[in-house]
Design a protein around this ligand. Structure first.
Ligand code: DQA
Length: 174
């Protein structure tokens, strides 16, 4: 299973920007965190970050026919961009919206999310772990657990620990 992780404007400034809200870890730390989780979950991940709305639209369009899922933190474009909503709807790839902070607890203008209308789920306020939760959501939606571990396995993530036989998990190519 191939998943594209997209981050919008100013997320390249993680570690520097408003550390009281977003923490002290950097964008590279975020990539590393998600890569390690993806390895454990046996999915392949690619990353893209841009500060430009049109570039984000281009990247979503290029994902068509290539990726099975998208994890996107559109950052400020969450609250303004119909173009990003239209892009995820255009490609029809299951997409999960992620926010590091809990936007529900923040300013009124952050209460609107256009992209949410095109997403299968939203994770917010869980820091970098929200991206991992989004991966798990995509795997579940794709039927990952049934494909790899059989009916008995409840969760795609720790399937090695839960399955009676580790064989199907080891062979799995999500
Ligand atoms: C954010 C929340 C947005 O409101 C904000 O504009 C961001 C980051 C988050 O990850 O919490 O840039 O998406």
């Amino acid at each position: 299973m191939r998943i594209l992780v997209i981050n919008g404007p100013n997320l390249n400034m993680l570690g520097i920007r408003e550390p009281d809200i977003y923490g002290k870890a950097t964008y590279d730390d975020l990539v590393e965190h998600v890569k390690q989780a993806a390895e454990r979950l046996r999915v392949s991940v690619d990353f893209y970050q841009s500060n430009h709305e049109g570039d984000l639209v281009d990247r979503i369009q290029q994902a068509y026919g290539v990726y099975d899922g998208i994890v996107i933190n559109p950052a400020a474009y969450t609250h303004t961009s119909v173009a990003l909503l239209d892009a995820v709807k255009s490609v029809g790839i299951p997409t999960v919206e992620v926010h590091i902070s809990d936007v529900r607890e923040r300013e009124d203008f952050r209460q609107v999310s256009y992209i949410r209308l095109g997403c299968i789920g939203t994770v917010m306020g869980k820091g970098f772990d929200g991206y991992v939760e989004a991966l798990e959501m995509l795997i579940r939606t794709a039927g990952g657990k049934a494909e790899t571990c059989g009916e008995a396995c409840e969760s795609p993530a720790p399937c090695e620990e839960k399955c009676e036989s580790p064989a199907p998990c080891e062979e799995a190519d999500r």
